[in-house]
Design a protein around this ligand. Structure first.
Ligand code: BTN
Length: 223
């Protein structure tokens, strides 16, 4: 992808601005005043962190799998660090959340919004413990590595489908083979995180005879 990068000093949300741009555009902002997270949550956007939204093409029923393409790309862009992926695409460092991704679909486009705690991590009102890179990598370096990795993984997905992306995701996945809790809108499930299905769902073994496949929810590790 030959990215067209548009940088702003301040935006409410790079994802909101990106909604009006064509495929191949990238929107970044130095400051974000109303950052949005998954499930309608607020994304606390501290100064010095990376706020970047890329406009990707939609892929019909395969579109939700872009979540894993984006997660793998972000993890690869932070390569020197031992990051892990928490389903579907949170990036963890030392067990704490370093980065999050919000995917939003509009018509035939998908906005992939990346928030990376480069300089600082929020400390309060959090669902998960957060951390930052604390100067270990520069924002510009992460941005450039992310756009390269996003392009590469998007091409891989377009040419070879989900299988190689799933394989890469599994290699970096946190919590596979362990007991997890999954919070759904109307219930909370506990079970063994067996694997990621070829459709991108969590395979959760609740009992010998009860297995659930989860496509949306918040995962917590039982440490
Ligand atoms: C999450 O983990 O809840 C997803 C967080 C996504 C935050 C990024 S920051 C850049 C882009 N603009 C937004 O308003 N949200 C995403």
């Amino acid at each position: 992808m030959n990215w067209q990068i548009h940088h702003f000093l301040e935006l409410e949300s790079t994802n909101t601005t990106a909604l009006t741009y064509p495929v191949g555009s990238v929107i970044t902002a130095q400051r974000q005043t109303a950052g949005r997270g998954r499930s309608g949550r607020v994304w606390q956007s501290l100064d010095g962190n990376l706020f970047l939204s890329a406009v990707l093409p939609a892929f019909d029923e395969q579109t939700p799998l872009l979540s894993f393409v984006a997660g793998v790309a972000l993890a690869e862009s932070l390569k020197p660090l031992p990051v892990r992926l928490k389903w579907p695409n949170d990036v963890l460092l030392n067990g704490a959340k370093l980065a999050g991704i919000l995917l939003e679909r509009i018509d035939d486009k998908v906005i992939a919004g990346f928030g990376v705690n480069i300089a600082a991590a929020p400390q309060s009102n959090l669902m998960y413990r957060a951390t930052s890179l604390n100067g270990h990598l520069q924002k510009a370096a992460v941005q450039s590595a992310l756009l390269t990795a996003l392009s590469d993984n998007l091409s891989l997905f377009q040419t070879q489908g989900f299988a190689p992306i799933r394989q890469k995701w599994l290699e970096k996945a946190a919590g596979i083979g362990s007991q997890i809790t999954v919070r759904l809108p109307n219930e909370t499930l506990n079970g063994l995180f067996e694997s990621l299905t070829p459709q991108g769902a969590i395979s959760l073994k609740i009992t010998e005879t009860d297995r659930r496949f989860i496509t949306a929810g918040d995962v917590f590790f039982n440490t």
